[in-house]
Design a protein around this ligand. Structure first.
Ligand code: C5P
Length: 238
């Protein structure tokens, strides 16, 4: 096993970050961290408690008391609050929208950043989000920024919801993603953008394996020690 580095994957919703981050983490034997899930957790739990987000003191007390447990593996990233697994509730469309509203609040960003740094303190992490290469882990050894056409991203998001009885129309999903992109890219605190030293990959016409392959080539260049036998094997046969 080579050095226990930090690898960041940023980009908008539906660009393929989660799938690629999970595959990379599994291939490298690294920990997978999903920062979006933490913003979603804040959105979900604050709505359940009917917290007034404009009340700075209430928000600060709420964040202080919010101590989620985390479990993560190649299948996913799970958050638990007071013994209840929150994960199944966090992907609902209203939580998605609300997550990008709480994400503009500096105390919320500080809270999420603190959790991520704590969980990543031993390195060996693949972390995904919007500001991981720019703000949370500016020292990360290897950074990626994934993007794709809006229609492609909306189609991927809809496919994830196929089991839903009343899936949103393609136009509605695209609209929701565009709204979220706008809020994420234009906010004052840690706006979504590629770090200057990130490798930018357009995933519009690529499947996850193709993206992972490109990432592994880059990781092999930057972190030769991390490229163990299993990675070489995957690249030869993949
Ligand atoms: O990645 P995901 O779609 O789960 O993220 C939900 C929301 O959380 C994003 O739309 C964004 O507003 C916020 N977020 C963020 N910074 C991150 C990760 C997510 O602001 N690093």
């Amino acid at each position: 096993m080579g050095p226990r580095a930090i690898i960041t994957i940023d980009g908008p919703a539906g660009a393929g970050k989660s799938t690629v981050a999970k595959l990379l983490a599994a291939t490298l034997g690294y920990l997978y961290l999903d920062s979006g899930a933490l913003y979603r957790l804040v959105a979900w739990q604050s709505a359940r408690l009917r917290l007034d987000l404009a009340d700075a003191r209430a928000l600060s007390e709420f964040l202080e008391g919010l101590q989620p447990e985390m479990t993560t593996d190649s299948q996913g990233f799970h958050l638990w609050v007071d013994g209840l697994e929150a994960t199944p509730f966090l992907r609902e469309p209203q939580v998605s929208q609300q997550s990008s509203r709480v994400a503009i609040l500096p105390p919320v960003r500080t809270w999420v950043t603190g959790k991520l740094r704590q969980w990543a303190q031993n390195g060996g992490v693949v972390a995904e989000g919007r500001d991981l290469g720019t703000v949370v882990f500016p020292q990360a050894e290897c950074k990626f920024y994934l993007d794709a056409a809006l229609e492609t991203r909306a189609a991927r998001r809809r496919r994830e919801w196929q089991k839903d009885e009343t899936p949103l129309s393609p136009e509605k999903v695209a609209q929701e993603l565009a709204d979220r992109d706008r809020r994420d890219a234009n906010r004052a605190a840690a706006p979504m953008r590629a770090a200057a030293d990130a490798v930018v990959i357009d995933t519009t016409d690529l499947n996850p394996q193709e993206v992972v392959k490109q990432c592994l080539v880059r990781i092999g260049e930057v972190l030769p020690g991390a490229a163990g036998p299993e990675i070489k094997l995957e690249m030869k046969t993949g």
